[in-house]
Design a protein around this ligand. Structure first.
Ligand code: 0A1
Ligand code: ZN
Length: 867
């Protein structure tokens, strides 16, 4: 906790005055304290000869035992130590620096640096966790070769791991043992990792195209090994995919993953020693749903892909985070598309952008993909840097063509191998290789906010004129926006659904441009921004019949889904307005009914696509369509529309459920998962009718389920149906999975999302329950996050008890895990988007948080929200 937090600016970048070629670390792990002896070979940065002679080393929560230059203790006058690091004065051009520090991983609940997760010790160094291990220039442009020695009690910590190859190991006396690792690749300190524990392991091998045999190992607490096979298979898949797609072969003889229970994020790409949240590794049909399986597959691939995009070529400074994250998410998206239904995978990506990124870009925390300043870097691991960053890469790939773009990425990786570079270096490399002109495109990196793309069409004399216009709203600190370079895909169809103009990409460069399509026999149906070719909000008023045609015939499944979404949305918006005006709910839109009927009569072969198309827009999507979100009206509208669809199509939905009913023999593949999704969707609709039959059916599905996906489908269907069936299935669930924390997270979420009675009180009780552990981020996200996101009426209730609860938890958490506390504060920050009384209540809770003495992390979010 400090007074005024320091803000860092991208424009202030200066290269490090000293560079560290070799780092040698020695960890002496003892009960109550770990002693870290660091020896570095340091030389002056040849580019900066002649500048000042002070050197800053970052360091936090460290006990400095000794510090020496060329083995001579640094004199008091040459050393200035503060809370955040130290200055060294009067240094020679070349020297050996020795720093001895003591740290206490058992008491480190921030989950940064070296910390305890259950019975093991592990590290998390991105973004600046290394400075909690030793005094060091904790910045990614200082790249060094590491040798790491770890010594610990042999019985408690039989497994000792660090980056690179194990070059030596053995007994160290007094029941202790040691291991020495050498990483042949220079890396920034944020990629350093260490693990010590008593762990189970599964092993495999992968042979690269050039014949290198890579030993693969996946470690976890004993007893969980059988939940790790899907992750291991995914790793091998990712390795093969990166060879086949980008020609990138793994570059070391071993690749190790460790799954840990306490982790602030999903996973971390430390060189050759990835550390994962168990939630992104464990996948067994009994305990994980199909979406859990998919997430594990994609996160494993994501971290593996970082080996090139992030590790071999890394970021010069943290403002460049999207250099590695945008590109790696893009690669992960490509991988996912190659491993599932391409259409539905893209739909999920589009939904993420619209439901989460667009709101961030319209709220108090809006920031460019390459931010200009930050207080706490950990607050910038955002959906904007990751997912919008990936969309920017995707736009370039679309403009260049996939093959040319792949070649350009390889050019970038060759050109900058072993370097710490900037987004500008990346864009330049892409221009060099593809010949694209990306001058105006660069604005996407520099300016926040979601451009609005207004489309209007005119047809006369066989000629279609399509007018595109762009405008981007102001965001905090950026009043005026330039024109973006917006790739927009366009295709034209006739009334029978035949293509009359194949999809092409036009680029909107000016504020307003008209594109003309000549020689048309009749007015075509226009399909634009197909598959979201750019992260913009489309404003295009299309008549229902055009949308119905697109929904039935568009050659792009994402466009079909999008057309369905627009049809639902029209009715949902009318229902929101009716609720607000105390009017009777409107009859369901004609177009929407025709569309649903057609969908049920002639469903697409891709079952997951059918499920997606049958699903009405999320509450977030509906809220997004209004200037001020009226939570109760949105909920009422969504429930009304779902119930009406269920009532009107009950027989069809029954048949759909029957035709996709669980049949045993679980496998996780596209077809089987698609069928399960259709079943869950049908069950969810039927549950809206709340008949005794559907309750019984849900309970029977639960009882007979041979997998977690079906079990969750049943529990979700019963979610809003209080009664015997719901109580019985939940009680069974809690008992059956009592010893599986990740499954109990699902149970916590269910409890938090259940809205009858006093939810806030129930959540408070659970916070005090033995099954809840405040120090574990997965538990906190399940219960508190599950309450805010999964229970809008409970969270936004009129007496403000929901807001108060969240404010209390932010304050309690901020003292131990600021990163997570700041993430929770982000849930209250966008209060301005809400209608009254919600806005006032959220603001009041946020202001109360703001009165406390806060970490820099939470302070930055709260100030942005109140500012
Ligand atoms: N680089 C990781 C994400 C990550 C970032 C920060 C962390 O701790 C503060 C942990 C993980 C990724 O993109 O997967
Ligand atoms: Zn990443």
């Amino acid at each position: 906790m400090t007074g005024t937090p320091q803000r860092k600016y991208r424009s202030d970048y200066q290269a490090s005055i000293y560079l560290i070629d070799r780092v040698s670390l020695d960890f002496d792990i003892r009960d109550g304290s770990t002693r870290v002896t660091a020896r570095h070979s340091v030389r002056r940065n040849p580019q900066l000869i002649g500048t000042g002679g002070r050197w800053w080393l970052d360091g936090r929560d460290l006990r400095l035992v000794s510090i020496a230059v060329d083995d001579e203790p640094v004199a008091d006058g040459a050393l200035e130590v503060s809370e955040t690091g130290l200055w060294l004065n009067g240094l020679p051009d070349r020297f050996t620096l020795t720093v001895v520090t003591e740290i206490d991983p058992d008491r480190n609940l921030s989950l940064e640096g070296l910390y305890r997760s259950d019975d093991m010790l592990c590290t998390q160094c991105e973004a600046t966790g290394f400075s909690r291990i030793t005094y060091f220039p904790d910045r990614p442009d200082v790249m060094s070769r590491y040798t790491t020695r770890v010594e610990a009690d042999a019985e408690r910590y039989p497994v000792l791991l660090s980056n690179g190859n194990c070059i030596e190991s053995g007994a160290a006396g007094e029941g202790r043992h040691y291991a020495v690792y050498e990483d042949p690749f220079a890396k920034p300190c944020y990629l350093f990792a260490l693990v010590a524990g008593d762990l189970g392991v599964i092993r495999d091998t992968f042979t690269t195209t050039s014949g290198r045999e890579v030993a693969l190992a996946l470690y976890t607490e004993h007893g969980n090994e059988d939940q790790c096979h899907h992750a291991m298979a995914s790793l091998k898949d990712a390795m093969a995919w990166d060879e086949a797609t980008y020609g990138l072969e793994y570059d070391l003889d071993s690749f190790v993953i460790v799954a840990v229970g306490s982790f602030n994020m999903g996973a971390m790409e430390n060189k050759s020693l990835n550390i994962f949240n168990t939630a992104c590794i464990f996948a067994h049909q009994d305990t994980a749903t199909d979406s859990d399986f998919a997430r594990v597959r994609d996160v494993v691939a994501h971290e593996y892909f970082h080996n090139y995009t992030g590790n071999r070529v890394t970021c010069r400074d943290w403002f460049q985070l999207s250099l590695k994250e945008g590109l790696t998410v893009y690669r992960e998206h490509q991988f996912a598309i190659d491993h599932g239904s391409p259409g539905v995978t893209r739909i999920e990506q589009v939904r993420m952008i619209r439901d989460v990124q667009f709101p961030e870009d319209a709220g108090p925390r809006a920031h460019p993909v390459r931010p200009e300043s930050y207080v706490e870097m950990n607050n910038f691991y955002t959906i904007t840097v990751y997912e919008k960053g990936a969309e920017l890469i995707r736009m370039m790939a679309q403009m260049a063509g996939r093959e040319a773009f792949t070649k350009a990425v390889k050019h970038y990786l060759d050109k900058h191998d072993g370097q710490a570079v900037t987004i500008e270096d990346f864009v330049l490399a892409i221009e060099e290789s593809t010949g694209l002109d990306l001058a105006q495109f660069r604005h996407w990196y520099a300016f926040a906010g979601t451009p609005r793309l207004r489309v209007s069409s005119r047809f006369a004399d066989g000629r279609l004129s399509l007018e595109l216009a762009q405008a981007t709203p102001a965001t905090p600190g950026q009043e005026n926006k330039p024109n973006f370079d917006i790739p927009v895909s366009v295709a034209l169809f006739d009334d029978a659904g035949q293509v009359v103009r194949a999809p092409e990409i036009v680029r909107l460069i000016e504020q307003r441009e008209t594109f003309v399509f000549d020689g048309l026999a009749a007015e075509p149906t226009v399909s634009v921004l197909r598959g979201l070719t750019a992260p913009v909000r489309l404003e295009f008023d299309q008549p229902d019949d055009a949308l119905v045609r697109l929904m039935a015939h568009d050659s792009d499944p994402v466009s079909r889904w999008d057309a369905a979404q627009s049809l639902y949305m029209a009715t949902l918006k009318a229902a929101v307005t009716a609720h607000q005006n105390d009017e009777p709910m409107p009859a369901l839109g004609e177009g929407m009914m025709t569309a649903v009927a057609a969908l049920l009569a002639d469903p697409p072969d891709d079952r997951a696509l059918l499920a997606e198309m049958l699903t009405v827009p999320s509450a977030t999507q509906i809220g997004e369509a209004f200037d001020a979100i009226d939570v109760a009206a949105v909920e009422a509208a969504r429930r009304y529309v779902k119930r009406e669809i269920a009532a009107r199509f009950e027989a069809e939905l029954e048949r759909l459920a029957d035709a996709h009913a669980p049949s045993g023999g679980y496998v996780f593949d596209q077809v089987a998962a698609g069928r399960r999704r259709v079943f869950a969707t049908a069950l969810d609709y039927l549950a809206c009718l709340d008949t005794p039959a559907i309750r019984k059916r849900a309970q029977a599905v639960y009882d007979a389920a041979d997998n977690m996906t079906d079990r969750m489908a049943a529990l979700n269907a019963l979610q809003d149906l209080p009664g015997e069936e719901r109580e019985a299935t939940r009680a069974d669930f809690a008992e059956r999975f009592a010893d599986q924390p990740l499954v109990m997270d699902k149970w916590l979420r269910l409890q938090a999302a259940t809205e009858d009675g006093d939810t806030a009180a129930r959540v408070r009780d659970l916070l005090a329950d033995d099954r809840f552990d405040f120090t574990n981020p997965n538990r906190v996200r399940a219960l508190v996050g599950g309450f805010v996101r999964g229970n809008p009426l409970g969270f936004h209730r009129a007496d403000r008890a929901g807001y108060a609860l969240v404010a209390d938890e932010i304050l309690r958490l901020d003292a131990i895990n600021p990163q997570l506390a700041a993430a929770l504060a982000g849930l209250l920050a966008p209060w301005r988007r809400y209608a009254e009384p919600y806005a006032g209540g959220m603001r009041e809770a946020l202001a109360r948080v703001g009165e406390a003495d806060l970490s820099d992390n939470t302070r930055e979010i709260v100030d942005a929200g109140l500012g």
